[in-house]
Each structure stands twice: as C-alpha cells, then as structure tokens.
Design a protein around this ligand. Sequence first.
Ligand code: NAP
Length: 259
Amino acid sequence: MSRIFITGSTDGLGLAAARTLMKEGHDVVLHARSRERASAIAETSAAALGLVIGDLASATETRSIAEQVNAIGRMDAVIHNAGIYLERSRGETPDGHAKTLAVNVLAPYLLTAWITRPDRLIYLTSGMHRSGSSALDDIDWKKRPWNASQAYSESKLYIATLAAAIARHWHDVLSNAVDPGWVPTKMGGAGAPDDLEMGHLTQTWLATSDEEAAKVSGGYWFHRQRREAAVEVGDVGFQEVLVEKLAGLTGVRLFEDGA
Ligand SMILES: NC(=O)c1ccc[n+]([C@@H]2O[C@H](COP(=O)([O-])OP(=O)(O)OC[C@H]3O[C@@H](n4cnc5c(N)ncnc54)[C@H](OP(=O)(O)O)[C@@H]3O)[C@@H](O)[C@H]2O)c1
C-alpha cells in the first residue's frame, strides 16, 4: 500500500482520486486551501492519513504545505492536481504573479522542490495545452493584455513540459502528465462530455500500480493510454528555457545540473 499526497482534494478530480485510493486501502494525505474548505471534506479526512492546509496562490503558504507534508513523512507519490481555469483578470498574488501561473505552475514547481522526493510524480495537464504558445518571454503576463483561456492553456503546456523535464533530469522518480479529459466538475461544468471515472483513474493508477505499463516516466496520458503531447513538451530547449524562467520567478532551482 502506498502513501499519496493529492493537492486540491476538496473537490472534483482530486477528491475523487482520494476516495478511490482510500477505498483501495492506500494512505492518502489530503489538501485544502483553508480550514473552511477542509470542513467540507470532514468525513473523508477522518479516514485519511492527514490533511494539510494552504493557499497555492501564495509561495509562503505553499512552503507551509510542503512542511506539513514532510512532517507526516515521505510520500510514495504526489498528485499535483489543484488548478484554476478562467480567471477574470491576471490578478496579483502576494508574490506579484499572475494567479493562473502561480496556482497551476509555480505552486507545483515549488512543491516538487520542497516536498521530500517521492517515487512517483503526477501532474494534471489538459488537452488545452495544445493551444499554449511556445513564446516564453511573458509567461507571467506582465506585458500582454489578459486572455484567460490562453493563460490556462499556457499553464497546462508549462506543467506538462515540467513533468517531462523532471523525467529527463531525475532518474530516480517516475514523472508523468495526465490529461483527465473534459469532465463534469466545478471546473469542467455540468455539461462536460467525458467520464469523471476515467478522468481520475489514470492518476490513481500511475500513482500506485505495479503494472509495468504504469511504471514509466516522461509520459503524457489520457484515459490510461499514452498520447503524443504538443511538440514543445518533449523539446529539450523549450524545457530548459521554461525551467530557467520558473527558477527566476520563484528564486528556487529545481535541478542542480544546469537549469
Ligand atoms: N474538469 C475538467 O474538465 C478538466 C479538464 C482538463 C484538466 N483538468 C485539470 O484537472 C485538475 C483538477 O480539476 P477539477 O476539474 O477537479 O477542478 P475543481 O473541481 O475546480 O477542483 C480544483 C481543486 O483545486 C483546488 N484549488 C484551486 N485553487 C487553489 C488554491 N489557490 N489553493 C489551494 N487549492 C486550490 C480547489 O479548491 P476549492 O475546492 O477550495 O476551490 C479544488 O480542490 C486541474 O488541474 C485542472 O486544470 C480538469
């Protein structure tokens, strides 16, 4: 049985993944943005290994989340699931970043750096990553007029690229990206056409399965099938520029060897 930490497990795919893993007998550490949101999952958290609290829009709170997780112990797998979709404006996080970038990319980047390295890392991306731009000169939306859909698509391109870069740099960890499909959660909306069940079972499988098919790294997955990601994701030059940008924005370097 494995120990798994899941970000954004108060709702949607994160909560569904947590409940499935707990039903299978795994030890799950849940995450809520606030005490108030934690109270919404009191029944699930009573049966969990732990619950950590913090807002991923803030680097200080993200640091605290990592410390809370590390205090519980080393995880076998971390599912970086939390995300936000169409923000009305760029916003401004306590650290001065665009909120979509902060929650969808900078927070998982920082948690990856700060949480004791697990055996498996899973990052939730989206088919919309294909609409992300390969220009990396304004990833924090300081120059361009705000475009919520573009910002989301780019954030999902960056997180899929980060998963691939980690797979290339860290050979002691399995790092994969998952597109859950368009599923009916708070984010996806009631009319979303894909299956919520299949939308969360790829990440639970990658986190825990002993099947050889699940023990791979650097994959882009949809419904337990490997798919081709956008060409940038596997482009080493693109990966290295992105990782350098993320190090610059956060002040935290993920890889010792160069970028
Ligand atoms: N649903 C889809 O169709 C779809 C499609 C492609 C990709 N995805 C990806 O799948 C992942 C899960 O999406 P979902 O549909 O399950 O979304 P969701 O139902 O909106 O749930 C998102 C989770 O993330 C948490 N979260 C958001 N911002 C946070 C913050 N600043 N600090 C802490 N927690 C925060 C939410 O907390 P609260 O409950 O407090 O809001 C919630 O637990 C996301 O990464 C999303 O981009 C979803």
